[in-house]
Design a protein around this ligand. Structure first.
Ligand code: ADP
Ligand code: ZN
Length: 210
């Protein structure tokens, strides 16, 4: 099953992607995580992406399209995959089509902007492995410590409130048109993001079975 998760930054795509990954045994691919990894390793691509990311802007299409092309060519994607954070623009979606990749379903997780701003301020990520937490909604067992690898939890630079507003603007202008793009192909399912992660998960899994 080839899946796309759509939604505003902080709508909970990453969390849902992880659960689908465990349930369906297909890899969850996050372009944001791949770019942050590249940044940490100090690659040229990572350095190029940094200024865009820090400002809450999108990294240029050709950069992320290149990343996805390489990633989807890997062996573990043979039986399907979940894209979390890609495509984010119409040209990125068209690039997937041109690669001959057939998408089965697109799950759009809807959360109102006010909620997003509230949520983002509580989001924390593991410095070491990139796992994502929330101080209210997805607490780590030990405060400030990653339950997966023991790494330190930090706030992402681009999760600071001023940058969040810039990211929401980018989302509405550049990413939201993808809803119409995939709806026209009959592939879009809308899931209303719930207060409790488990409730959103139920809706997501139901949408996948529908
Ligand atoms: P979120 O958790 O808010 O959905 P991500 O971790 O997916 O954010 O992405 C963080 C940043 O990485 C984005 O603001 C953008 O700068 C860059 N990025 C990630 N995916 C893409 C993409 N498909 N196209 C362009 N930029 C991207
Ligand atoms: Zn970790």
């Amino acid at each position: 099953m080839n899946l796309i998760l759509l939604g505003a930054p902080g709508a909970g795509k990453g969390t849902q992607a992880e659960i689908i990954c465990e349930t369906y045994k297909i890899p969850a691919i996050s372009t944001g995580n791949i770019i942050r990894e590249a940044l940490k390793s100090g690659t040229e691509m990572g350095l190029k992406a940094k200024s865009y990311m820090d400002a809450g802007q999108l990294v240029p299409d050709e950069v992320v399209i290149g990343i996805i092309k390489d990633r989807l060519a890997q062996d573990d994607c043979k039986n399907g995959f979940i894209l979390d954070g890609f495509p984010r623009t119409i040209p990125q979606a068209e690039a997937l089509d041109k690669m001959g990749i057939v998408i089965d379903k697109v799950i759009d997780i809807e959360v109102p902007d006010e909620k997003i701003v509230q949520r983002m301020s509580g989001r924390r990520v593991c410095e070491a492995c990139g796992a994502s937490y929330h101080i209210l909604y997805k607490k780590p067992e030990v405060e400030g410590v990653c339950g997966k690898c023991g790494g330190t939890l930090v706030q992402r630079k681009d999760d600071h409130p001023d940058t969040v507003n810039a990211r929401l603007k980018v989302y509405h202008e550049q990413t939201e048109p993808l809803k119409a793009y995939y709806s026209a192909q009959g592939k879009l399912s809308v899931v209303e993001g719930q207060e409790e992660v488990a409730d959103t998960t139920k809706l997501t899994l139901a949408a996948l079975k529908a």
